[in-house]
Design a protein around this ligand. Structure first.
Ligand code: UD1
Ligand code: UDP
Length: 356
């Protein structure tokens, strides 16, 4: 059989790739890693390959940054050539970025089967660019691996039940493999990340986020995504951010450091899809700075509380929630995302369906 191709290009995709790459490697499969080049700084890309022992990508399509259409179109064009050359037996896609979308559209037209890791998840809001990417990718995939019950239900509602499987969250596999490498000391910090388009495209929105976090009680450590750094500068808000007493802005960190920060956190403040879910693995509750319901169970449990930094009543509720924050011991954490053996389940399913 020809090689299995993985298409990745964004930070969270490298984290999702690691356990699946290793599981396939252990079972003797030939693999070929394509990096779209959507993320390219060493701190957004290379460090994850090194730390998670993933070999260097076989090829980098070097799409770089641009508009949605530029990234999607650029990846499609370069990937099509790669697919024609390599003729993989299967293409594995991850998550919901423009790289994922481009992979789905280019691959399906060449009649190559597609597997979608972290499919089914829905925010039910098409203004959210990732939502559009997930919908298209799921509908073009031959098999969909859902991280939770709610993703399964969404896939079923869209008529995808025959190809969707509840496998748990592959990021939990990665989290567990890294957690053991850290010393643990809790409750020291508030961990913050911030990068979504909805929270960086508008100056007023960015300023209200800065005003909101100043009111949080505790030291905030914020590994800042390059997108956010860029827009804070463009909107003339950089100095205001730097001047916030309780805020420590640092460069994006690798995954080992990130898990260490999660373990030190009493609270996580983020707009990251991945980190808001990981908060339940690390035992720090989450203030989610987007009006989207991505992880329904964690929202209905009260583990994730949404905050609109532009809405005073929402800010007050969030501050009350933050004041109660403390490290939650393992036995009290919600467990909605599988048992940490998602990669093995995915490979079992691929074998059972003769896709590899
Ligand atoms: C992308 C995904 C988003 C995901 C995120 C993970 C899309 C539509 N968005 O958002 O779903 O949550 O990745 O982190 O695919 N930049 C750098 N260096 C880099 C990468 C980016 O400086 O290595 C800067 C550039 O100025 C770029 C901006 O960040 O224009 C945004 O990058 P882009 O890849 O378009 O989107 P992300 O915000 O990273
Ligand atoms: N992450 C990391 N270093 C950082 C910030 C985030 O390793 O400096 C990890 C985080 O723990 C999670 C993943 O990157 O596993 C989430 O990626 P991101 O927030 O960029 O994207 P999203 O999940 O929103 O798609």
């Amino acid at each position: 059989m020809n090689e299995i191709m993985h298409l990745v290009g964004n930070r969270p995709q490298f984290i999702k790739l690691a356990p699946l790459y290793h599981e396939l490697q252990n079972r003797g499969y030939k693999q070929y890693i394509v990096h779209s080049g959507q993320h390219y700084d060493a701190s957004m890309s290379e460090i994850f390959f090194q730390e998670l022992n993933i070999p260097k990508p076989n090829v980098n399509l070097q799409v770089g940054s641009g508009s949605h259409a530029e990234i999607t179109g650029g990846v499609m064009l370069a990937l099509e050539r790669e697919l024609q050359k390599q003729k993989p037996s299967l293409v594995i896609l991850y998550g919901d970025t423009d790289t994922t979308l481009a992979g789905a559209v280019a691959t399906v037209k060449l009649h190559i089967p597609i597997a979608h890791v972290e499919g089914g998840a829905r925010t039910h809001n098409r203004d959210n660019p990732e939502e559009c990417n997930r919908i298209v990718t799921d509908h073009l995939s031959n098999i969909i691996f859902c991280p939770d019950r709610s993703a399964m239900q969404s896939a079923e509602k869209e008529g995808l039940a025959d190809r969707s499987y509840l496998t748990g969250d592959i990021m939990y596999d990665t989290f567990l493999s890294v957690r053991g490498r850290n010393n643990i000391s809790h409750d020291e910090i508030i961990l913050m990340t911030w990068h979504r388009q909805e929270n960086t495209a508008d100056k007023d929105r960015m300023r209200s986020i800065l005003r909101f976090i100043q009111r949080l009680d505790g030291r905030i450590v914020c590994p800042l995504h390059p997108r956010t750094r860029k827009y804070l500068r463009e909107f003339g808000l950089w100095q205001e951010a730097v001047d916030i007493d309780n805020l420590e802005i640092i460069e994006p960190v690798g995954y080992i450091e990130m898990v260490s920060l999660m373990n030190r956190a009493k609270l996580i403040v983020t707009d990251s899809g991945g980190l808001s879910k990981e908060s339940s693995y690390a035992g720090a509750k989450c203030l989610f700075m987007l009006g989207l319901d991505l992880w329904d169970d964690l929202v209905s449990d009260g583990w994730i509380v949404k905050v609109d930094p532009q809405e005073p009543s929402s800010v007050n509720a969030a501050l009350a929630f933050a004041n109660q924050a403390r490290h939650i011991p393992e036995e009290e954490r919600p467990k909605y995302y599988g048992d940490g053996h998602t990669a093995a389940k995915i490979v079992d399913l691929l074998e059972r369906h003769s896709l590899i």
